[in-house]
Design a binder for this molecule. Sequence first.
Ligand code: GDP
Length: 377
Amino acid sequence: MCEINSHGGNYIVKKILEICLKNGAKLAEPGEFTKRAFLNGRIDLLQAESVIDVINAKSEREAKSSIKQLQGYISKEIQEIKQQILDVMVNIEVSIDYPEYDEAEEVENNKIIQMLDCVEKKLIKLEKSFDNGKIIKEGINTAIIGRPNAGKSSLMNAILKEDRAIVTEYEGTTRDTIEEFITIDGIPINLIDTAGIRQATDEVEKIGIEKAKKIANDAQLIIAIFDCTKELNEEDLEILNLIKNKKNIIILNKIDLKNKINENDERLTSVSNKIIKISALNNLGIEKISEKISELFNLNEINVDNDIIITNVRHKNLISKAIENVRKTKDTIFQNMPIDIVAIYIKDILENLGEITGEFVSENIINEIFSRFCLGK
Ligand code: GDP
């Protein structure tokens, strides 16, 4: 191994690289070093995938959960489940090899079902952990919606504690969307400030409003903000209608001025049980928003230190497939199918799990995974 140090100027570095390549060196591909560690069996695919997650981590919890994956905690759990499936397989092989023990078949089947129930429980727990895993990794997409001038941009600024969005007293300034993220309890919250919702005549504004509605629809959380110096009007009611079936927080803004909206108004309470009064301009009540978000998503209960949490959608899909195959296996036993058929489904479970750890994975998938890496990792 050799290391070449040089001055950092582009030309010199390029020239050195050219000479090295001319003399037989090969340029590293994205993720090449991690890929080699995987192909040489130093780490499994789960661990290899976590390298990119550690690099891309946006929050403490995301980094912690990726490091745990890198340390092999999830691999260990998957290996344990695999071992249990192998034990089932052993029991089945015995029945195939010694069919003369037929009278013991029922006892044997009950035992296999029990073992499969245990595996299924563990897999379901892992599958469920993805609800939190997704939040840890992708954060919570949060749309801030409200009529023009309700105070969306001011709220965004107050939350971010900086002047990121443009605040003006003319209606319809936030025409496009502005995205920022904050962390609450170590979880990234992607805040999207949308265009004010109202009947627009301006074409550009109309597009912005349609986009706002779509974002609100796709968001996991909607913060609807109302100017409490004005009575609720048709547009506000449209907003309430938009959020009624979604996780939401209602904010009554401008409490420093004379209020015309009552927080106990049934039109509000029928849509949300999280209603907060604030003054975005004077930084009053802003901290209550984090508390409510935390409550809505039970963020305090996400325990990256002790729980095993799946954060990767590839792993989650394979776990779901494995659960499906465990169920199919049990069905074949209940239907008294020949034991060889049962064995086929069991092999499928082993393959699903092996695909997570990389034992049974196609080259295409491996290439696809490592292509997401950056050079030199
Ligand atoms: P947006 O159109 O919903 O993004 O609203 P802005 O954040 O641009 O705010 C519209 C106007 O309301 C601006 O003049 C802000 O200064 C003002 N404003 C926002 N929040 C408050 C508040 O809590 N109290 C008062 N008095 N004015 C506010």
